[in-house]
Write a protein that binds this ligand. Sequence first.
Ligand code: NAD
Ligand code: MG
Length: 400
Amino acid sequence: MKKLAVLGATGSIGDSTLAVAKLHPELFDVKLLSAASNANKMANLCLTHNVNFAYMFEPQANAELAKLLAQASTQVLVTEAEYLACIASDEVDTVMAAIVGAAGLMPTLAAVEAGKTVLLANKEALVMSGALFMQSAERSGAQILPVDSEHNAIFQCLPPECQRQLGYCSLQQHGISHLILTGSGGPFLTKPLAEFNNITPELAVKHPNWSMGPKISVDSATMMNKGLEYIEAKRLFNTEKSEIQVLIHPQSVIHSMVQYCDGSVLAQLGQPDMRTPIAHVMQYPERIRSGVQGLDFNQISQLTFVEPDFARYPCLKLAIDACYSGQAATTVLNAANEVAVQRFLDGDIAFTDIAELVTQSLDGRNCETSQLDIEGILALDKESRRHALSWTSSTKAWSI
Ligand code: NAD
Ligand code: MG
């Protein structure tokens, strides 16, 4: 039986993970749940899944959770140190990393450093720490399994040896020509560019195919999500620039592909439902039911493909460029984007300001530092956030 921790348990990926776990009570023992602030939802989850340990990032919510669970068998961990120690302890062997954003870095790294099986949804953790994250996994023997649907699709289409050597396998030596990362293009694929100034948060979070948390939904609308996934793919699959291509596929039926040197293309197809990749990694290499219906090809009238247009999706270009400018650039890009997306969701800046803010955050920075250590990454993340908060929409400039 797997001893499962779900970090980010109250979110969209958390929900899907616990739904799959519930289908297989003989396979998964839910040991630890964490989340940011929704104590009521967390208390219900702890009772439903008979959870041993729980922790909420916001102290007030954690205290509330302790009250709600006073009569229950769940132990509410008091400090962050206890929480990180629990992730690394023998109580847990498999960790679903599903916290949104940079907040997920330290708990995810705790799981990696302790050699756990890490089911990685939290792409921002990998984007901001890059080589350090993968080297840590290599050192500890942690198995990283990609949850992001595109990376999971590519993983499924790779030869077993590449699956085992994630992060350092040579694609070329395994007859792979390149990876094709597909993306739907989000809700604004055909919207006239002249109307982009009127995009509201409500419109931006309405993804045509997937149901997801607010941050990744906005990232999908700007295609920063595909940019972060580009960086994620480079780290996970050790790609050269010529070995990765982004392709818009509006129907989200093909979740990504691997092109081989003999002309073969392997693709993974399925419903746009995260329970499929989640079930795949939860019991890898065995297959288990996910609760998702198979595809009905009679209902699929067409599969279409378009090259991405960087004028429509400047964030995609920013991320691809950052990917080749060194670790510091991807750390700054991620931090500036997280702040920009939150400010857009709060009604503080316009949709088109997201790319502008990220561009200005990267401009004039020397990102060609040699590899950053964890303290360097956290300091750069913090400084970039502070800077991004001081950007003013009306003047398109820094206020300090
Ligand atoms: P969400 O907003 O629905 O959920 C985020 C979760 O993180 C919540 O449980 C929240 O409480 C928790 N959280 C936030 N800050 C925290 C903190 N400091 N400590 C502990 N928990 C904290 O987001 P989501 O859509 O589930 O996405 C989660 C991650 O998975 C993101 O990195 C996203 O990019 C990635 N992902 C999501 C999808 C999807 O379909 N939703 C697909 C691929 C990848
Ligand atoms: Mg994805």
